[in-house]
Ligand binder design. Structure first.
Ligand code: ASP
Length: 427
């Protein structure tokens, strides 16, 4: 069986087992409830958390080593600046499109009509970082601290600096580069080991999650939930496909097929950041993006490009406004688009952060931040879908940039035999 098929099976089984356990734990009878609790807390939770920890373990070494190699291959020149500007521009553009689409559909569907706000619990909003803080925070004072904290933007800055310095260090630099290149291979091998274990990890993660999620939460918020999912699907399958076809003339279907493992990981972990090792692997070995591009665009995207999150924030803003009977003016909508696009830069790629930066967007248009309490019940589920969209967006933009720089290997992109060999090796 192919690896992605196995992961998919793990996901489906995880949801089924989790939902059944949730139902079992509702029973008063001691035995069934105890068994369910034991399975969830002592087996699924342990294996799931170890799986996530192992994924996160690889993020910092992979991003750092890979980006040092990438930056030294590319060197510091106009081309690198050009590539970086293009990547950033496309990330912002896709996010702005995402949020605009979300506002449009939310206004058509009106998910917040008829909501009784009296039933909400109190939500304690955590402060979102200011734009100034976000900017200053990009520059590290201590590379070890940046790595220890897993601060992706700081690691990116340090790795680029190091990679560029390597190219300026002559013979000695070449020795360092060859060390990093070998190191990169080793880390990639670790990623492959881990992908091998993914079906089991994913199963446990989802079984644990669904054993705790009451599906009834969706029913209460069905209109909101399905509006977000609809726009996520439209963006993920429609907008990306169109944009990709237009900008690359390659087959969007092949791209989506190639991206699949990253989507499955993102969905199961709800964290673009923890998915970085897989996204990088997919970008280089399944899509055919050169390391000099992928090593920069993938970690950057996982950190600042959050189209799915922006979509949730757009729909949530309209939903909360309607629930509280507050009108948003046209200028308000423009402010929402701008703030949500910027907020997605400040959203870390870990579960649930989109909800925190939502408070930034709400404040911008004068909506009550407590409104977040209304949607919190279904956010964990939506987080999974929007993270998959976030990661797909990173891959789409990375491919477009690689193609425009002439650094996309079309043979790998279309080459089925290569990929099958690769998957055979995994599974
Ligand atoms: N979980 C999302 C991600 O990692 C961020 C969010 O929307 O909360 O991409």
């Amino acid at each position: 069986m192919k690896l992605s098929t196995k992961i998919f099976l793990g996901m489906v089984l995880g949801v089924i087992v989790g939902a059944s356990l949730n139902w079992l734990s509702g029973y008063e009878s001691g035995f069934a409830a105890n068994l369910a609790a034991w399975l969830v807390n002592s087996v699924f939770d342990v294996v799931g958390q170890i799986f996530i920890a192992s994924l996160k373990l690889l993020v910092v070494p992979l991003v750092f080593v890979s980006l040092v190699c990438g930056a030294s291959t590319m060197g510091v020149n106009a081309r690198m600046g050009h590539m970086a500007a293009k990547t950033l521009g496309l990330y912002l553009l896709t996010t702005a499109i995402a949020i605009t689409l979300a506002l449009l559909f939310a206004n058509l569907i009106n998910p917040g009509e008829g909501i009784d706000i009296a039933t909400t619990s109190i939500y304690e909003a955590k402060p979102a970082p200011s734009v100034k803080e976000v900017l200053i925070n990009i520059f590290p004072t201590n590379p070890v601290k940046a790595m220890a904290e897993g601060n992706m933007l700081q690691i990116i800055v340090f790795a680029i600096l190091m990679g560029v310095a390597v190219t300026h260090s002559g013979e000695k630099g070449k020795q360092v580069l060859s060390f990093f290149e070998s190191f990169n291979e080793v880390v990639m091998a670790m990623v492959s080991f881990l992908m091998h274990l993914a079906p089991y990890g994913v199963f446990c993660l989802l079984a644990k999650l669904f054993s705790e999620l009451g599906i009834s939460a969706i029913l209460d918020l069905a209109k909101y939930f399905f509006t977000v999912v609809l726009v996520l699907l439209l963006h993920g399958l429609g907008v990306y496909t169109l944009l990709f076809k237009l900008l690359t003339r390659l087959s969007p279907l092949t791209l989506l097929k190639n991206v699949r493992p990253a989507m499955l990981f993102a969905f199961s972990t709800s964290s673009s950041s923890a998915t970085i090792p897989v996204t990088m692997n997919v970008a280089e070995r399944r899509i055919g993006i050169d390391n000099s591009i992928a090593s920069f665009t993938v970690p950057l995207g996982a950190t600042i490009n959050m189209d799915g999150t922006a979509i949730m924030q757009g729909v949530a803003t309209v939903f909360i406004a309607q629930a509280f009977n507050i009108d948003i003016s046209l200028g308000g909508y423009v402010a929402v688009i701008l703030t949500a696009t910027l907020a997605s830069i400040g959203t870390a790629g870990v579960p649930g952060v989109g909800l925190i930066t939502l408070s930034l967007v709400l404040q911008q248009v004068g909506l009550p931040v407590e409104g977040i309490a209304l949607i919190i019940g279904v956010d964990r589920l939506l987080d999974m879908v929007r993270t998959a969209v976030n990661v797909t967006g990173d891959c789409v933009v990375s491919t477009v940039v690689a193609r425009s720089e002439g650094l996309l290997n079309e043979d790998i992109f279309y080459e089925v035999s290569d990929r099958d060999q690769y998957e055979e090796k995994q599974g």
